[in-house]
Ligand binder design. Structure first.
Ligand code: NAD
Length: 452
């Protein structure tokens, strides 16, 4: 083990120890006391919203507008939401009169929760884990992505002022293979909530198996949008451009396969490309910009390579990468920018239609029947989110029920109610998070029987 590895191990060890020591006091506070502290933390982040948004945009490459309107407001909302929801859970009770028994359940926090988050929505996703974990009375060791740690650091500085006792929230900064894995393998961390790639989740599953840890895994997607010929294209097209390219396409819920019914295929393509070309790529600090920089040089190369592969397979790039000029301001010439790219005539078996690209690239293909499109939409290893566009109420219900997808939006995208389960099926994840689901994940249930 080299020096850096030893330091990381030491930090994880110290963080778990602090979390373990803080657990008895934190877990014995009432939900109301914990709720008040979460609300205070939300207020403090909201007070510094602009500073957080600037930092998130600079660190990640996302546009300042996205950071201001989505990332940081949602981080604030995460704390407020779980501060409220923790006050409203009820446990179950049944009676067995013939046996003279009453049964009921009680729930208690589990202990030290290990929380691991990715780089695409840094503070948004980290707080989506920290808030429910501590609301339920657990203490945490959280590891943000090594690519985007700045806002996690800024949040740590507000903990004391919010009244979070020392040791309740511990953040370790470091690479996944070292800090993340040390947390996953630590015997005193009984549960891991992870958001990231399917590949890393496989490794976490293997490494945690000897300890029988409880896992929540929120993973990648290859999300379809299905557009029937009776869809309201005036609503559908701008929303599908947004669902394809928001945050540079670096959202697990982004659309990357668009199935369009043949009767409207040509019209859709024309209007979709026109709308995509309205999206401006450039300096993330400029509030008029829609597409910022990708996370890294390596990731940009990876995303560009998908476009090259599609072209080599005979697909047509209708706009964006390699087709249109990318004019960047002088200060951004060396940045990792890429135009939103639309590809047509891609085969279903192509890697562009099967693998998660996680960049500003979307594929558009025609379909004929409902039966066919359901089969093709389900024909990938992932099952995170899908979008269905149609004016036929019966059809949207029918299709939604048959899609292998943890979330289905019809005639909209990314409208979330945090009360309801969030998560994916197949290779997109195990478990769900949300008001009731997070409460169940972050607590241990016990069934108690009383004979009278
Ligand atoms: P990643 O899997 O590379 O990293 C995620 C986190 O895991 C990082 O903090 C990383 O340091 C850590 N990590 C890496 N190796 C580890 C190991 N061996 N043990 C423990 N931790 C380890 O993912 P990424 O590239 O940061 O994020 C992009 C991926 O996240 C995409 O696949 C995207 O779809 C997915 N994602 C999913 C959701 C969802 O809610 N389903 C949300 C956002 C992102």
């Amino acid at each position: 083990m080299n020096f850096c590895q030893r330091v990381t191990m030491y930090q994880v060890e110290a963080a778990v120890k602090a979390a373990k020591e803080a657990f008895p006091i934190w877990s014995s506070k009432s939900p109301l006391e914990r709720s008040q502290i979460l609300n205070k933390l939300a207020d403090l982040i909201e007070h510094d919203l602009e500073a957080f948004a600037q930092a998130e945009s600079k660190d990640q490459g996302k546009t300042i507008t996205f950071a201001r309107t989505v990332d940081i407001p949602r981080a604030v909302h995460n704390f407020r939401f779980f501060a409220s929801s923790i006050l409203h859970h009820v446990t179950e009770c049944t009676e067995m009169p013939t046996m003279g028994c009453v049964h009921y359940t009680s729930r208690a926090p589990v202990g030290v929760a290990g929380l691991i988050s990715p780089w695409n929505l840094p503070l948004y996703l980290l707080t989506w884990k920290i808030a429910p974990a501590i609301a339920c009375g657990n203490t945490v060791v959280a590891k943000p992505s090594e690519m985007t740690s700045v806002t996690a650091w800024m949040m740590c500085k507000l903990m004391e002022k919010a009244g979070v006792p020392p040791g309740v929230v511990n953040v370790v900064f470091g690479a996944g293979a070292k800090a993340g894995e040390a947390l996953v393998c630590h015997p005193d961390v009984p549960l891991i909530s992870f958001t990231g790639s399917t590949l890393t989740a496989q490794r976490i599953t293997e490494k945690s198996a000897p300890h029988c840890k409880r896992l929540s895994l929120e993973l990648g997607g290859k999300n379809p949008a299905i557009i029937f010929d009776d869809a309201d294209l005036g609503q559908c097209i701008p929303t599908t451009v947004r669902s394809s390219f928001a945050n540079q396409g670096e959202i697990c819920l982004c659309t990357s396969r668009i199935f369009v019914q043949r009767g409207i295929y040509s019209e859709f393509l024309k209007r979709f490309v026109e709308e995509t070309k309205k999206w401006k790529t450039g300096n993330p600090s400029d509030p008029t910009i829609n597409v910022g920089a990708l996370i890294s040089k390596e990731h940009l190369e990876k995303v560009r390579n998908y476009v090259k592969k599609a072209q080599a397979e005979g697909a047509r790039v209708l706009c964006g990468e390699g087709v249109d000029p990318l004019a960047l301001p002088p200060g951004n010439q060396k940045g990792y920018f890429m135009l939103p790219t639309v590809i047509a005539e891609v085969k279903d078996e192509s890697c562009c239609m099967q693998e998660e690209i996680f960049g500003p690239v979307t594929c558009v293909v025609p379909f004929d029947t409902e039966e066919e499109v359901i089969r093709r939409a389900n024909g990938v290893k992932y099952g995170l989110a899908a979008t269905v566009w149609s004016g036929n109420v019966g059809r949207v219900h029918r299709v939604a029920h048959r899609l292998q997808s943890g979330l289905v939006w019809t005639n909209c995208w990314l409208v979330r109610d945090l009360n309801l389960p969030f998560g994916g099926m197949k290779a997109s994840g195990i478990g769900r998070e949300g008001a009731k689901d997070s409460y169940e994940f972050f607590t241990e249930v016990k069934t108690i029987t009383i004979k009278h």
